[in-house]
Write a protein that binds this ligand. Structure first.
Ligand code: ADP
Ligand code: MG
Length: 355
């Protein structure tokens, strides 16, 4: 079982390391995820499909009931998506978004859990990660299939106005006996779950797999991968981390055992305006899309932690980002800046990084 993300452990002395680009081409790609390639008595199963606005893939080793267990884990992720998806008008998060600021909305324990953890990361990151960023995401056109293409950049006045609707502290909860309700304090505020729902759903799938006796599995949802145990031969899972400027090569490979890894990249959703790359992660403190970072990869004890933290560090940048990761047990980070500098924590497990 995994450690909770905030259990206090002795703080490891992590220090930011800066490594400049070096154009080596090594045979590292051979080491990448090869779930099917290790010898074991257990059989290999997989299940995949589009979900959470991305592609979800489950891989597991086990006996002949494993296929059914994977189906169950996928259904569990669909259930989480139906609660949290802010683009689905029937989700609980949409109910919070569309309720008037005076009305409390009853939410399920799972929705509360996800939003409550998200609020913790918003607080930890000083608001760099803010799940109420929805109005800014819409203003910049990132809620569309073709982000920003037809639109002008929003004016300073519009950005300032919209920023008043972004504040994670304005999401309040009350509990009456076992019923939990939530409320956004100002009408027009919008929760956007894009930066943490894949991690949360992957965690739920992982708990489902563990509960059904699976000891060796991977849950991948877009840029987040959660590992159950290790490969059947006891070796850790090997996860290739995409090079932010070359989608056919890897920046590095990380070994995972009962941990999660998430990558946030400026290549996921972006457009060019006046020669500038605008990507889908917005700094809630300035109202502008972040331009200083190519990608951030975070290893953490849970999927929601690595997912929320990779977005947090994308906004915070290397100095503040590494400072935050140092405080969090079991977390490591690797950041590629817009200039191609690679910065990582002292405990980053893999020193072979090819930029
Ligand atoms: P991906 O969705 O590619 O996995 P992330 O996990 O980093 O990448 O999430 C990015 C998404 O989160 C954006 O598309 C947007 O919906 C939302 N978002 C953008 N900026 C922020 C922010 N500062 N804090 C929280 N969520 C954000
Ligand atoms: Mg994220």
């Amino acid at each position: 079982m995994r450690a909770a993300p905030f259990i206090k452990l002795p703080n490891k002395s992590l220090e930011a390391k800066v490594q400049f680009r070096y154009g080596l081409l090594m045979a590292i790609m051979i080491a990448i995820i090869s779930a099917a390639a290790c010898a074991s008595a257990a059989e290999f199963f997989q299940k995949s499909g589009p979900l959470l606005h991305t592609f979800v893939e489950l891989k597991a080793y086990g006996d002949n009931e494993t296929a059914d267990v994977l189906d169950g884990a996928f259904t569990e992720m669909e259930r989480v998506n139906s609660l949290l998806n802010n683009y689905d008008p029937s989700s609980e998060v949409s109910a919070l978004n569309t309720a008037s600021s005076r009305r409390w909305v009853t939410i399920s324990p799972d929705t509360f859990e996800a939003l409550n953890i998200a609020q913790t990361y918003a607080r930890l990151s000083g608001g760099a990660f803010d799940f109420t960023v929805g109005p800014l995401v819409s203003l910049w056109g990132f809620n569309k299939d073709q982000p920003g293409l037809a639109d002008e950049d929003p004016s300073q006045a519009m950005i300032k106005d919209t920023m008043r609707l972004v504040d994670y502290r304005a999401l309040k909860f009350i509990r009456h006996q076992s019923v939990i309700s939530g409320r956004l304090e100002h009408s027009g505020m919008r929760i956007d779950v894009g930066a943490f729902s894949k991690g949360f759903a992957a965690d739920k799938a992982l708990y489902f797999l563990q509960h059904h006796g699976i000891t060796s599995a991977l849950v991948a949802a877009g840029g987040t991968i959660c590992a159950v145990g290790s490969k059947p031969d006891g070796q850790p899972w090997q996860i290739g981390i995409r090079h932010p400027r070359n989608d056919s090569s890897f920046l590095t490979v990380v070994a995972l055992r009962d941990q999660s890894v998430s990558t946030s990249g400026d290549y996921e959703k972006f457009y060019y305006k006046a020669g500038k790359r605008r990507s889908h992660i917005i700094d809630p403190r300035t109202g502008y899309p972040v331009t200083a970072i190519q990608s951030v990869t975070v290893i953490a004890p849970t999927g929601i932690a690595s997912d929320a933290l990779s977005t947090s560090l994308f906004v915070l940048g290397p100095a503040d980002g590494i400072r935050l990761i140092k405080k969090l047990p079991g977390c490591e980070a690797l950041i590629v800046t817009a200039d191609g500098e690679v910065v990582y924590t002292n405990g980053w497990p893999q020193k072979t990084i090819i930029y």
